[in-house]
Design a protein around this ligand. Structure first.
Ligand code: FES
Length: 151
């Protein structure tokens, strides 16, 4: 095995250090099925070096606002639990771009609504679209209108 062999395995401390995570975060990600390890005869965790790419994918997805559930759903769509390759990244990042566009549009709408509140302070249930934002969205029908999901 070489330094860059993707099949090389690392103990959790080394894996966490290379991934830029705390060991507790690695264990948490593993408990969610986001990364996987093998066990030694002494029941110690060992992580394939290739799993580092899954961590990079998770961190990138989190940085654009995806929840861990959404990250898991994306990773679960990869055949055989393999690590995401360049084509996967291209496809998924395209989907995320659309999501970011939706968030920008929603924030622009929020900013426009806030502009009408500047200097007002009425907080009127009839007039103020910031105060009454949920009712305004509810009038548009069920489901998410802003493209936000809780993180
Ligand atoms: S505070 Fe008056 S319109 Fe929002």
């Amino acid at each position: 095995m070489t330094e860059h062999d993707p099949h090389a395995v690392l103990p959790i401390g080394d894996f966490a250090a290379r991934a830029g995570l705390a060991t507790s975060a690695v264990r948490y990600y593993e408990s969610l099925g986001l990364v996987s390890s093998v066990r030694t005869a002494g029941n110690q965790r060992r992580y394939r070096r290739a799993e580092l790419r899954r961590v990079a994918f998770i961190r990138a997805a989190r940085s654009v606002g995806l929840s861990l559930d959404e990250v898991k759903a994306a990773l679960d769509r990869l055949p055989g639990g393999r690590v995401p390759d360049r084509a996967d990244w291209t496809r998924l990042s395209g989907e995320w771009r659309e999501r970011i566009e939706q968030r920008i549009a929603a924030l622009r709408e929020l900013k426009d609504d806030l502009d009408s509140c500047v200097g007002c302070g009425c907080l009127s249930i009839d007039k103020c679209s910031i105060y009454n934002r949920e009712d305004k969205l509810a009038a548009e029908g069920p489901g998410s209108h802003l493209g936000f999901k809780p993180l």
